[in-house]
Write a protein that binds this ligand. Structure first.
Ligand SMILES: O=C(O)CCC(=O)C(=O)O
Ligand SMILES: [Fe+2]
Length: 544
């Protein structure tokens, strides 16, 4: 699972550099071998030419006779030995050793990296040919993709039965193939095979047939293509027959027009009723819009109104705390209700370095809690690597907890350990609540510290593109700024969950995103922020 964090990719790049060096030194050795063979050949050739001038007198010379015998024994044996020397065994041994000693990405990693790229393509609406040119949001970030690179993205989409992306990437592969001509290892018929099938799966039988014909011109006895061709032809003739039948019905029904209109009215009434009164559908609709808002916020298509932003203030705060009187916190309001604030320059670069250094060797693929079993498991909706750091492990970690208390006015005695997170290519965390909902009875129950009352999220890096923390129900997006912390309460004064705090981490488009989280719990806050029992219950909507 290398693809989930940038730090692992750095190691991978180093491994690749070693392999390149190994390959180069072997190519050099191979060239030296060829040079030696060429020299030998030349020597043998020279004697041969001399002999050919007058074969009989040449062999009458005892020296020549001796030399011929010597060449055919000693010299040719040497040549044979040079030829037998298999330098590539060395390269391969090096490769094998390397694969065993160091982490090498697996097919699973390739799948994850391709999936991440396609997630970025979708979330940020990146068009296929721009990505294939190495462009992200109009900026050239990398070299262009080759036909075989595009083909692999198409193949990965195909394996996920995602035929829309299969078609997009196979079409791109085809374009690149034409530009590269014979330089690519990917065959045109292979691209056509995938493209024809995904075109069919997208509902375009005629297109699929055309592509299959093109494939058969290149590879006339491709068995699967021949089978598919027959299948597509049958589908087309069935389709034509049905449309003929429908035309017959239509022309016959022109006389009974009135009846049909009534049927149409009845039908539409039924439809509209089912969409307005069916609750499950409604909540699904809301979920989709929640997700759509998340993505639109990530793309910066949705922002707070200027009128709302004008109401937000920033101040120096001391919370009547003597330490803060000396060095007040720089507090900036990001949202008023629920209150979400940012503290600027609240964690220093050197503190960040300590935290990163401690966590790097411990980073593991992040898990989420299964709300039924309470078990921790990996999930596709959360892709990052994380590690947990305890207060007593380092003075810096303890200092951070103290600062969290200064910011929130709450105790960290019942808080979770500091969670450090690094997001890699396309790393993200889909919309979620930090608190446990009543349906998730098992979450946190083992801790005995109650629900997560507050979240303190420290940004430990800037992110070049993407990677925002977005609140789809508030139209709010926070953009990572190294040294800033975002703070909000997850629970109402009643200590019931505040569903408006639903939030997500947008996929990282460019850069590496580092954050750390401190989650504070209900137990222990009795004198600081007691739960108010009879508070008016807001009509929160609870859906995933
Ligand atoms: O990384 C972010 O921006 C948010 C992370 C988050 O919501 C979480 O870890 O619970
Ligand atoms: Fe969260």
């Amino acid at each position: 699972e290398l693809y989930t964090a940038i730090t692992d990719l750095e190691d991978l790049l180093e491994s690749e550099a070693f392999l390149v060096r190994t390959l180069h030194s072997n190519i050099a050795a191979e060239e030296a071998k060829l040079d030696a063979l060429r020299r030998q050949a030349k020597l043998f050739e020279e004697v041969q030419n001399e002999a050919k001038r007058d074969i009989s007198s040449f062999l009458l010379n005892p020296i020549n006779a001796y030399l011929l015998v010597k060449r055919m024994t000693v010299d040719w044996k040497q040549t044979e030995m040079i030829m037998q020397e298999n330098l590539y065994d060395n390269v391969l041994a090096n490769f094998t050793f390397f694969k065993e000693q160091f982490k090498f990405p697996s097919d699973e990693d390739l799948r994850g990296a391709a999936e991440a790229l396609i997630r970025l393509q979708d979330t940020y609406k990146l068009d296929t040919s721009s990505v294939a040119r190495g462009e992200l949001n109009g900026i050239q970030y990398s070299s262009a993709l080759s036909a075989s690179d595009c083909f692999e993205l198409g193949r990965q989409s195909y394996n996920k039965q995602d035929y829309v992306h299969t078609s997009l990437w196979m079409k791109e592969a085809l374009k690149k193939y034409e530009q590269e001509k014979n330089q690519t290892t990917t065959q045109k018929w292979e691209i056509l095979e995938y493209l024809a099938y995904s075109t069919y799966m997208e509902g375009n039988v005629h297109g699929a047939l055309q592509l299959t014909d093109e494939l058969l011109r290149l590879f006339p006895n491709h068995q699967k293509a021949l089978g598919n061709r027959a299948y597509y032809l049958a589908a087309i003739s069935k389709e034509e027959e049905e449309s003929r039948k429908q035309q017959d019905v239509a022309s016959a029904s022109q006389e009974t027009n009135v009846q049909n209109d009534e049927a149409a009215v009845a039908n539409s009434a039924e439809n509209s009723e089912s969409t307005t009164t069916d609750t499950p559908k409604e909540s699904k609709g809301s979920y989709i819009s929640d997700r759509a808002f998340y993505e639109a916020l990530c793309r910066k298509e949705v922002t707070l109104s200027p009128e709302y932003e004008a109401k937000l203030k920033c101040h120096y705060v001391t919370h009547n705390n003597p330490y803060l009187l000396i060095g007040p916190l720089k507090e900036e309001e990001a949202y008023l209700d629920p209150r979400i604030v940012l503290y600027r320059e609240v964690i220093s670069d050197s503190e960040i370095e300590v935290i990163k250094k401690m966590s790097i060797p411990r980073l593991r693929r992040a898990t989420v809690q299964n709300y039924k079993t309470g078990a921790l498991e990996t999930a596709n909706y959360r892709i990052s690597k994380s590690a947990w750091l305890k207060d007593h492990e380092d003075e810096v970690i303890e200092r951070i907890s103290k600062r969290v208390e200064d910011m929130t006015g709450l105790t960290t005695s019942t808080a979770e350990e500091l969670q450090v997170v690094n997001y890699g290519i396309g790393g993200h965390y889909e919309p979620h609540f930090d608190f446990a909902r009543p349906s998730e009875a098992n979450a946190f129950s083992s801790l005995g510290t109650g629900n997560r009352i507050a979240t303190v999220l420290f940004y430990m890096s800037d992110v070049a593109e993407g990677g925002g923390t977005v609140f789809p129900r508030l139209n709010l997006a926070l953009w990572p700024k190294k040294g800033t912390a975002a703070v909000w309460m997850n629970l109402h004064a009643s200590c019931n969950g505040d569903y408006r705090t639903r939030h997500a981490a947008c996929p990282v488009l460019i850069g590496s995103k580092w954050v750390c989280n401190k989650w504070l719990h209900v137990v222990g806050q009795e004198f600081r922020r007691p739960c108010v029992p009879n508070e008016f219950q807001s009509v929160d909507q609870d859906y995933n």
